[in-house]
Design a protein around this ligand. Structure first.
Ligand code: SIN
Length: 329
């Protein structure tokens, strides 16, 4: 890798250098890492850049990672197909975006299944969670690790305090059947949409609201085009850091081992830091004038009661054992 890089992001809370195209030397295996998030303090941005930095230092001369954030190379709808075609080698899509390949990942989307991020991390470290990393090997996908993003919160163009406040509203969701069922259970309508289109859709009123983490709500500026965000903590957002079997198998054994070891280290580090990053971006929303509605325990119970019936529809497809393992984490 040539020394260095297009720009160095502000060094805030672990924000790291950005790695973009054209830094690689000839003779190095170029590895494109594409993702859809942006900013400098987003957990996925930091983890992706840390991975690039580690590989580009430790495998210098052999391998060179280029990071393409913000859907600049591939957006939600094309990235998985691009991985199978070999147009990109690394992705970190939300676990909610694998519905066309497996129904099992629906377990991560069940509302209120994880008490908090720590419970979600424990599940990903369990035998059941680790087993899901290989769930799509038949398709040609290999999971390298789970990167947590945070719990999700609803925002809308009006304050959402009781679940009945969401009745009749249209919410942008990811392409997850569980998310769609959950929104319907609240008496609202789900509108699946690519991440890159959400800000515009909120701004123009194509949708009334959305659900996301503090880091996405801050770095995508969703709070600027919404009345407020409600601290529902209703669902997990996490990513599958992944590659293709074809790419992994093409590497020399020593390079492959080092590549996997770096992926493991970066995953561990990312998940250690994620709560801090989420808290930081929550505060950033407040500092920028965004409004956060904090629920009383009674109000939150009503949100749980309104969304949890969605579980019943997915028990068979996901499997009761997997659901129990996640819920008990
Ligand atoms: C992401 O964080 O990668 C995108 C999440 C979303 O589509 O809402």
């Amino acid at each position: 890798m040539k020394k260095l890089v297009h720009f160095i992001a502000a060094v805030t809370l672990g924000a790291t250098a950005s790695y973009s195209a054209a830094n690689c030397d000839s003779g190095e295996t170029v590895v494109k890492l594409s993702h859809v998030t942006g900013g400098t303090t987003h957990p996925k941005v930091v983890a992706a850049n840390n991975f690039a930095e580690r590989v580009n230092t430790e495998l210098n001369g052999k391998m060179c990672v280029e990071v393409y954030p913000n859907s600049t190379l591939f957006g939600d709808s094309k990235e998985l197909e691009a991985l199978l075609l070999g147009d990109v080698q690394l992705l970190a899509p939300s676990l909610s975006k694998f519905g066309s390949y497996t129904e099992k990942f629906g377990v991560f989307d069940l509302p209120f299944i994880f008490r908090d991020i720590d419970a979600a991390i424990r599940f990903t470290q369990s035998n059941e969670g680790k087993g899901l990393l290989n769930e799509m090997e038949n398709v040609g996908f290999v999971g390298l690790g789970y990167w947590m993003s945070g719990m999700k919160y609803f925002s809308a163009n009006k304050p959402l305090i009781e679940p009945t406040d969401s009745a009749g509203l249209k919410f942008r969701v990811q392409t997850s059947d569980v998310a769609k069922a959950m929104i319907k259970a609240m008496g609202a309508s789900p509108q699946p949409m690519a991440f890159a289109e959400v800000y515009g859709a909120l701004q123009t009123g194509v949708v009334d609201g959305q659900e996301n983490t503090w880091s996405n709500i801050y770095t995508q500026k969703f709070f600027e085009v919404q009345d407020s965000v409600t601290e529902t903590n209703h669902q997990l957002l996490a990513y599958l850091f992944m590659t293709s079997k074809e790419f992994l198998d093409s590497l020399d054994a020593d390079v492959r081992n080092q590549f996997i070891e770096i992926a493991n280290d970066v995953t561990l580090q990312a998940n250690l830091e994620v709560k801090e990053k989420e808290a930081y971006n929550r505060q950033n929303i407040l500092n920028a004038g965004g409004v956060i509605n904090v629920l009383t325990p009674e109000q939150r119970t009503k949100w749980v009661d309104s969304m949890k019936p969605a579980w019943g529809q997915f028990e068979k497809a996901i499997g009761k054992d997997l659901i129990n393992a996640a819920a008990g984490s």
